[in-house]
Design a protein around this ligand. Structure first.
Ligand SMILES: Nc1ncnc2c1ncn2[C@@H]1O[C@H](COP(=O)(O)OP(=O)(O)OP(=O)(O)O)[C@@H](O)[C@H]1O
Length: 250
């Protein structure tokens, strides 16, 4: 389980996260929503230990990682995968090398075993033929899928997704949504997703959380979240408008 316990993040006087608490259960997909700059990506960085909170604890399976040294954090990260907002692939490496990167750096697997895993993961994301390609020759959707293949190379228990569908057309978005769901269903991974894409959020999430003014305004199971009578949450879901205010059918 991932637990954020009384977590505060501040830059000088500017408080981004204000004593927040959140439990993310094993095997669930939880999506964090919020306006730009509300601190969503910060939460992902805290969970993967790329950033320490100003105050509070981040517990991963009961262990507070905020007191860990870099070497211990590396151990924790062995069990996590992250799909970064802009895919963050190494441009000078082929797709295969990108996916193999963590395996080569952090395990002692044989080259044969690494090639087998790379092939298996690329197959899983539907990129069997792209092993030798360079990232610059891939579409945005393909880059996201390579990024996902890289994130799952080490069979992580936890996958963090930072805007996995941003910049993709609706069909490619649905590909990514299905992949996120299948990671959960087939491998039982715990997923934390940050997105602005409400369709995706409602498709993939077991629970959703809305960050507002440094706090969680609502954390609730999907249907409860969707049907909440909190007008602020409804306003967020509907992009600042209430459905009845939109264009009427003619
Ligand atoms: N090193 C830093 N110094 C000062 N402020 C920072 C720093 N890093 C992040 N911030 C601020 O913290 C806030 C939260 O950033 P974060 O990236 O978590 O937001 P977000 O909700 O993910 O935004 P978006 O949806 O636009 O990606 C932002 O207002 C950002 O400007």
């Amino acid at each position: 389980m991932i637990r954020l316990q009384d977590v505060t993040v501040a830059y000088g006087n500017r408080v981004i996260l204000d004593h927040i608490n959140l439990d993310i259960r094993d095997g669930e997909t939880l999506t964090i929503l919020g306006a730009s700059g509300s601190g969503k990506s910060t939460i992902l960085r805290l969970i993967i230990g790329l950033q320490r909170p100003t105050d509070g604890k981040i517990l991963i399976n009961g262990e507070d990682i905020t007191v860990y040294q870099e070497k211990q954090l590396d151990e924790v990260r062995m069990h996590m995968g992250m799909v970064f907002q802009y895919s963050a692939l190494f441009d000078s490496m082929t797709v295969g090398e990108n996916v193999a990167f963590g395996l080569r750096q952090r395990t002692h697997k044989s080259e044969e075993e690494i090639q087998r895993i790379v092939w298996e993961k690329l197959h899983l994301v539907g990129l069997d033929d792209s092993m030798a390609m360079l990232p610059n020759n891939l579409s945005g959707g393909m880059k996201k899928r390579v990024s996902l293949a890289r994130a799952i190379a080490m069979d992580p228990e936890i996958i963090l997704y930072d805007e996995p569908t941003a910049g993709l057309d609706p069909l490619r978005c649905m590909d990514i949504n299905r992949l996120i769901l299948s990671m959960q269903r087939h491998f039982g991974v715990t997923s934390v997703v940050v997105t602005h894409d409400m369709t995706s959020a409602f498709y993939i999430s077991d629970r959703l959380a809305l960050l507002q003014d440094g706090r969680f305004r609502l954390v609730a199971p999907r249907e409860e979240f969707k049907n909440t009578d909190d007008r602020e949450v409804q306003r967020f879901i509907h992009g600042g408008e209430f459905p009845e205010e939109g264009r009427k059918a003619t």
